[in-house]
Design a protein around this ligand. Structure first.
Ligand code: AHG
Ligand code: MN
Ligand code: MN
Length: 334
């Protein structure tokens, strides 16, 4: 098998499609390198003393794990000095992180969820890192949070790393979705899957069923109908998976289809869902759309939502086209 490294892939992609300027290539490579470092720390587990809680809370009031903080630091440190970024934002930081004055400033904005699926860390189940890249508005000297308030459709690149039995990097720059596997001995990312496509139909759904009593009627209707199986209105049996790491659920859906849902529910009307628009829903939605899937907040295309705050939450319905269309229709009907 001819091995194509991430570097070579990006260079050749640029030659063919002109959609990866040198600065963006550098950015992606730096993020990929940081993910390699995170993967190394994750892989050490207890031996690296990276498990367990840090006993601090992030801006969303969630208790931080040691790996949440470590991964955030790795990403910040790796991306600060390269000259390709104007600023960063992260799940683990209340405010944006402008590039310090001592380094040159670039034209991109990077957002990330440094460690997704935190509750899986201590039980040795797959976790990941999610990232989103935006262009800073032209001519800005010091980026502000306002400069990040761009629709998901403005993303120039998005991706995630998954730390599972293999460490993989899934990437889109707006020209399909490609997957790279980390060769641990060589320390390099090797292209292993080209142009991933999500099947339009599926018999598999992912939702945290323990919240069923809090759901709004459209979600209850949709899930109840699936649960009725072959003899119900859907005329087929459905299977269920829930890994509690969006990265891992999306990774499965990219490979064999499915519908992933984290709806808003009645528990706390001020919290529209759990997942965050800017560094979870948007990058995953770009990937899903680039793989032929659909992503909505139940009512509209995720990538068309105008963000208003960095850490805003959003309901998420994404995956196989026909299922996401159906659950979205149930919301619009209601
Ligand atoms: P994070 O670890 O970055 O806070 O994100 C966890 C998210 C997401 O990855 C996952 O789908 C969801 O939380 C799981 O939530 P429940 O524990 O409510 O099932
Ligand atoms: Mn997350
Ligand atoms: Mn996280």
């Amino acid at each position: 098998m001819k091995r194509i490294s991430l570097t070579r892939f990006l260079v050749e992609e640029q030659r063919l499609n002109q959609n990866i300027p040198a600065e963006l290539r550098l950015l992606i490579e730096v993020v990929a390198r940081a993910c390699k470092t995170i993967s190394h720390a994750v892989g050490k587990g207890a031996l690296g003393e990276v498990l367990g809680t840090a006993n601090t809370e992030n801006v969303q009031g969630e208790v931080q794990k040691k790996l949440d903080i470590l991964s955030n630091e790795i990403l910040l440190e790796a991306n600060e000095w390269g000259g390709h970024l104007a600023a960063m934002a992260s799940e683990e930081m209340e405010t944006i992180h402008p590039i310090p004055n001592r380094y040159p400033q670039g034209e991109y904005l990077l957002l990330f969820d440094p460690l997704d699926g935190s509750s899986n860390i201590d039980v040795n189940v797959s976790i990941g890192t999610i990232f989103s890249v935006l262009k800073a508005p032209d001519g800005i000297a010091t980026p502000t949070e306002q400069d990040f308030m761009q629709k998901g459709s403005q993303q120039v690149a998005a991706g995630y790393a998954i730390y599972g039995p293999q460490t993989m990097l899934i990437l889109t720059t707006g020209n399909g979705v490609n997957a790279f596997t980390l060769d641990r001995e060589m320390g390099s990312w090797v292209l292993t899957e080209r142009n991933l496509q999500i099947p339009v139909d599926t018999q598999e759904f992912a939702i945290n069923m323990s919240n069923a009593r809090h759901w709004y009627p459209p979600v209850t209707r949709y899930v109840d109908e699936m649960l009725e199986g072959k003899t119900g209105p859907r005329n087929k049996d459905f299977n269920m998976r829930w890994i509690a790491a969006m990265v891992t659920d999306v990774h499965r859906i990219l490979h064999r289809g499915g519908v992933f849902m984290y709806p808003a529910d009645k528990r706390d009307p001020d919290k529209p869902g759990k997942l965050r628009l800017m560094y979870e829903a948007n990058p995953m939605s770009m990937i899903v759309e680039q793989a032929g899937g659909v992503s909505t907040d139940g009512k509209q295309r995720m990538l068309d939502i105008q963000p208003t705050t960095l850490h805003q939450r959003v309901p998420v319905f994404l995956g196989s086209k026909n299922e996401v269309d159906l659950v979205t229709r149930y919301h619009l009907d209601a």
